[in-house]
Design a protein around this ligand. Sequence first.
Ligand code: HMG
Ligand code: MG
Length: 298
Amino acid sequence: DLPTRVRIHEVGARDGLQNEKATVPTEVKAHFIRRLAEAGLTTIEATSFVHPKWVPQLADAEQLFPMVDDLPVALPVLVPNERGLDRALALGARRVAVFASATESFAKANLNRTVDEALAMFEPVVTRAKAADVHVRGYLSMCFGDPWEGEVPIPQVVRVCRALLDMGCDELSLGDTIGVATPGHVVALLAALDEAGVAPSALGVHFHDTYGQALSNTLAALQQGVTTVDASAGGLGGCPYAKSATGNLATEDLVWMLRGLGIDTGIDLGRLVATSTWMAAHLGRPSPSRTVRALSHE
Ligand code: HMG
Ligand code: MG
């Protein structure tokens, strides 16, 4: 059975642009987010309040957020710690996301912490955000494979998911940071989570398309009852702290599949493709999305 509606959590402006070599001007980012909203996306991850030395590309978060916060869409932002939460709350952010790791290697590389130290860092963030009535998403990276540790054992993933939910996260996003997942693995993880009391309704899926599996994995997750899917306009993306992480599932590829399945997203695919084509021209290379390429040549 497939859901009748899917909520797309657009991550291009954050997961996409955090990894660009060239600095994208703040005005271009703001215009990008505005055009994504005009194309019908309703949840647009805007930026990260992380250490500017760790992710220089998003060091303009304080300038960018006020340029887009009039939009009638949800604008989640990443916050790794209380310092990040303070910065986000000071600007009136209503949705934040903490980001954990299922593996020790990536927790160290991305957060300079062990898995449990990172969870301890998030605890006061989640508690304070909830007290301020702010929605909290909990990302979990390396849910399938890790570039240093190889295949990630399912119980290890389930443990951190439970910890994030028990802490008070409103939803989780299961990250295949390096894009190695395949549909059977997705079904097995979702089944194990269900058994541990984590219903698909509390989950989003976050696939990277490194091995061309992102869309198949998404379909498998939808068949298991997941209704929130992360995607990145034009397939922008990667992660600066995970070698071999390439672009996210392209929002256009996702919308094309959902449209064919009769699943409503409310997105104007033509406007979205035009937005990604414009951004690709700005970045100086074509979008890797097959749907963007097909539709922009029509
Ligand atoms: P640290 O070096 O351990 O920091 O980094 P610290 O806690 O020791 O603090 C050191 C200094 O940084 C202090 O300043 C803090 O105030 C300052 P000092 O007192 O020395 O002057 N500081 C900050 N400044 C601004 N904003 C902050 C902040 N925090 C501390 N928020 C830290 C720890 C978490 C800060 C660092 O590791 C970090 O910023 N990491 C972010 C990495 C990142 O953003 N990665 C990409 C996002 S995750 C991802 O892409 C995966 C995902 O897409 C899902 C998937 O695909 O799997 C979500
Ligand atoms: Mg990602």
